[in-house]
Design a protein around this ligand. Structure first.
Ligand code: AMP
Length: 418
């Protein structure tokens, strides 16, 4: 048997209802904030992620699904969504059409990580990006969207962790100080961290290795290196969040796994999730548009994992979110079989959801199936009904069965409260 690739999952009909519920909620929520949906291709040139996300990040250095196609082009399945959105923003010149561009998306991503609960190799994210504003209002808007979306869905125990990693000047000074601090520990660092020490020591703060975590515990903190402008920007973001009644905690060692952030970075976690507790991450990236060849454009965004959101929702309710079938049609004899199909088509045309039998089963087993489907009504047709132009309508809740003249069936069903 050929099984699905490790770290990928099928989403079966008992779950797709909940997915659609989240998708519908997201579209209507983003509409309220005046964001437009953007969809970008599933693969891009590898160069986009190397330049956009950063060669030193885990994503680019270890996790990408990349290949060279028949024409010799180096391509990669999207491992993150901000770089493609920025590429599209530049390519379509969106910045010249409107001073502020608000975009959102929902998409599949691919990272070759070690699979575990809440971490897969194909997963899905939704997110939003706002281009064109350097002001703290944009940071606060993005944070509020993500926080309020989770809150509105009823996800409990949310923690918003916030930090500012400053502008370029701040990070250059900080990088030097961090190197000075880490130098004496250099022989205790892993090979990956030793490479990062040279190229981008901030990445070492992201380490998952216990003895390295101990080392960075006493490392200098970035907030001591923020410029006055960085500080006042951060203060305004915090004050806006307070005004919007969005609680947060500060973690001055949170740098996040992507290289493109400047100033604000944040993460939202929920303790109902267990080890992989991050629902969403985001921040400001004022240099990325320029890095990818566009005009300098400040921007802020976030991305949230949909599988994680589902896990958080499942811990709240077992509900599948899908609509049950309304009507099962049961034919009792060979003669009425085609009539059942015709009636089903007619009823679907009137907006009902209808299931018919494909296995030519007995009345008993079909009623059992109607029960299993949680059908509201079973319509039973026998030879007598064919002769008399009637159908039997059985209420699956009460068990009551009545004979209805076929011509009045739609009227009868419309009067029922489905
Ligand atoms: P990132 O793009 O790494 O900032 O991740 C943003 C969000 O995507 C995280 O907070 C998770 O909710 C989700 N996420 C990241 N990686 C995975 C993965 N491998 N499997 C499932 N969800 C993920």
């Amino acid at each position: 048997m050929i099984r699905s690739v490790k770290g990928t999952h099928d989403i079966l009909p008992d779950k797709t209802g909940l997915w659609r519920k989240i998708e519908t909620a997201l579209h209507s929520f983003m509409h309220k904030y005046d964001y437009g949906e953007i969809r970008t291709p599933i693969f891009e040139k590898t160069e986009l992620f190397k330049r956009g996300v950063g060669e030193e990040t885990d994503i680019v250095s270890k996790e990408m699904y990349s290949w060279t196609d028949q024409g010799g082009e180096k391509l990669t399945l999207k491992p993150e969504l901000t770089a493609p959105v920025v590429r599209s923003f530049i390519q379509h010149n969106l910045g010249s059409q409107s001073a502020v561009n608000r975009l959102y998306y929902m998409d599949a991503l691919f990272r070759r990580e070690r699979p575990q609960k809440g971490r897969t190799r194909q997963f899905h994210q939704f997110g939003a990006e706002v281009f064109g504003s350097e002001h703290p209002e944009a940071d606060a808007e993005i944070i509020a969207i993500s926080y309020n979306f989770f809150k509105n869905l009823g996800i409990g125990n949310l923690t918003l962790t916030l930090n500012s990693i400053g502008s370029d000047d701040c990070r250059n000074n900080y990088r030097n100080e961090l190197r000075k601090y880490l130098k004496p520990f250099s022989s205790n660092l892993t090979e990956t961290s030793q490479n990062r020490f040279k190229k981008n020591p901030l990445r070492i703060l992201d380490t998952k290795i216990e003895h390295e975590k101990e080392i960075i515990k006493n490392a200098p903190e970035i907030d001591n290196f923020l410029t006055d402008d960085d500080k006042s920007h951060f203060e305004e973001v915090k004050s806006l969040l307070n005004d919007l009644s969005i609680p947060f905690v500060i973690d001055s060692q949170m740098v996040r796994g992507l290289d493109y952030y400047t100033r604000t970075t944040y993460e939202i976690t929920s303790s109902v999730l267990g080890a992989q507790d991050a629902l969403c991450g985001g921040g400001r990236y004022d240099k990325l548009v320029e890095t990818l060849g566009g005009k300098p454009t400040p921007a802020v965004g976030f991305a949230a994992g949909i599988e994680r959101l589902l896990l958080a929702l499942e811990s709240k309710t077992a509900e599948s979110g899908d609509k049950v079938i309304q009507i099962n049609i049961i034919g009792l004899t060979k003669k009425v079989r085609s009539k059942c199909q015709v009636l089903a088509q007619e009823l679907r045309g009137k907006g009902f959801s209808v299931s018919t039998d494909l296995l030519r089963r007995s009345l008993k087993s079909l009623l059992r199936e109607a029960n299993r489907n949680s059908a509201r009504i079973a319509i039973i047709i026998g030879d007598d009904d064919l002769a008399n132009n009637t159908v039997q309508v059985k209420d699956m809740g009460t068990g009551e069965q009545i004979t209805i003249i076929k011509n009045t069936l739609i009227e009868h069903l419309t009067d029922l409260d489905f």
